[in-house]
Design a protein around this ligand. Sequence first.
Ligand SMILES: [Zn+2]
Length: 137
Amino acid sequence: MNTSYILDSPFYVFYKKHYCLQCNQLLDVRKVNKVVNSKSLEAKNFDFACGDSSLYGDVKFFYHMFFCIKCEKYFSIKEVKDNERYLRYSKKFIGSSHSEITKKINNDIIKKKVLSYIITFVVMALIFLFLKDIKFL
Ligand SMILES: [Zn+2]
């Protein structure tokens, strides 16, 4: 069986403190693994890319999750990130309803995506102009 190691946001996971979504206990980082089939529904949550090609069939993924010793419950990195962002926004916009805060978060995610596309485009354009200038192209 193929195996794949995922190292998602190492700085966020190992150097910052995170707390349980339910009881506020300091969370542990645990190494977990899961066999996912490339044709299954949850395959979209895992990266089957492998260099230039991609993995097929059953793949064993090794990755990290947060674990609360009090609740005996695992949380994904995304869950903890989303929760922390939600708490940040609800502090910033005190008095806003749950749906207003969710809307603000989604709007900001879109804004950041658009901005990163623009930056990528500008950088590519500058590189292109630079290479053209020194007659590489
Ligand atoms: Zn807990």
